[in-house]
Structure formats: C-alpha cells, structure tokens
Design a binder for this molecule. Structure first.
Ligand SMILES: [Fe+2]
Ligand SMILES: [Fe+2]
Length: 205
C-alpha cells in the first residue's frame, strides 16, 4: 500500500479520464469535506481526501455498463441491483480501482464501496466519506444544514445515524426498494448510538 498522499495525483488523472466536469467537481468537494471531517474526528486526513475524491469514479457509467462491469469483475449482483443498477456504482468503482490504482489501500476501497448503501461494519473512514458525500457544499435539500451541523458537532456515530436515516426515508418516499443491507446497517447504528434510526421529529420531516 502506498501513502494516500502519493496517490492523489494519479487518482485525479484516472478521474479525469472517466468523469464529466460536473462529476469531477463533486468528487473534489467530497474530498475536501471528507478531509475536514477526518481532521475533526481523528482519522487519516490523506486517506479521507483520497477516498472522497475517488468515491464516484463510476458515477457517469450507464446502468447497462454498470451491470456488465459488475459481471466482468465477478461481483455478486443482487436482484435489487439488477432492478436499479446505479446501486452498483460504488462497488464497481472499488473493484475497478483495486486494479487501476495500484497501491490504493483496502480502507480507501472500503469507503468507496460503502458510500451508497452502507455496510456492516463501517469504519470511521467509511462513515466520513458517506457523510461528506451527503453534505458537500453544493448539496441543497431540506435538512442538509442540520446534517452539516451534526457533522460539525459529532460524534461521528450520531451524524451518521442522522444521515443514514435520511437516506432511508428518502428511498422510501421515492418508492425505491431498499437494499437488503440497509436493515443490518440500521440495526448496527441503533445498537451503537442507543437511539432509534428515526426520531419522532425526524420521521415527520
Ligand atoms: Fe455515488
Ligand atoms: Fe457522490
């Protein structure tokens, strides 16, 4: 594994070969946000910046392209992912980067792979990238400032509870089938924080 700081330049080259300007700008903002969160929560800031940069390496891939890549890379494709191939963009990105960015560590790949539906367990780095993606400065949605405040105030487990809870609420409102891992991620959040995933006030938002 190479030091993450040495991989920032090659990572940017790879991203530029694959992503639109718009997606690149989002990745840069997530890198900056993840770095700031890492400094706040005592996590390796270079690893967080690198993982934030790389997280959406497959953001611009078509649904059909994602399915083909997942199969070529030997990933298990669940029925919900076949129905909504965009769910695969995180795991496909991690699998591609393992090949295309030699020296990238498993901790960074894990954060890339878990940034969409989560995983059990989730490291601090995983949770930072997940939340940086939700709260980077260009994000505009109701409640984003509350999430930003939770990410400022910490603890990380609490800000992730609020962020993951919001994602699940949105998925339900939009009528999306929930990914099977969501139940286990939710249970782990509730166990760790000692709080329900949805507070009464949050549930009504
Ligand atoms: Fe993404
Ligand atoms: Fe993203």
């Amino acid at each position: 594994m190479l030091p993450p700081a040495e991989l920032l330049a090659p990572a940017r080259e790879l991203l530029a070969s694959r992503l639109s300007e718009r997606s690149l700008a989002h990745c840069e903002r997530v890198g900056v946000t993840a770095r700031a969160m890492a400094l706040r929560f005592g996590v390796d800031a270079e690893a967080a910046e690198l993982a934030g940069l790389l997280h959406d390496y497959e953001r611009d891939e078509s649904p059909a392209g994602l399915l083909t890549l997942a199969e070529d890379l030997g990933l298990t494709v669940l029925p919900v992912e076949r129905e909504s191939p965009r769910l695969l963009h995180a795991r496909v990105a991690a699998a591609l980067l393992r090949r295309e960015l030699p020296g990238v560590g498993e901790a960074v790949l894990s954060a890339v792979a878990s940034h969409t539906v989560g995983a059990v367990p989730m490291s601090d780095l995983d949770r930072i990238v997940y939340m940086a993606d939700m709260t980077e400065p260009a994000r505009r949605y109701e409640g984003v400032d509350d999430l930003r405040a939770a990410c400022e105030a910490g603890p990380l487990a609490e800000c992730f509870r609020q962020g993951y809870g919001r994602s699940l609420r949105q998925a339900r409102i939009s009528g999306h089938t929930l990914h099977p891992v969501s139940g286990a991620v939710s249970a782990e959040i509730e166990r760790e924080t000692g709080r329900p995933l949805f507070d009464r006030a949050e549930a009504s938002r």
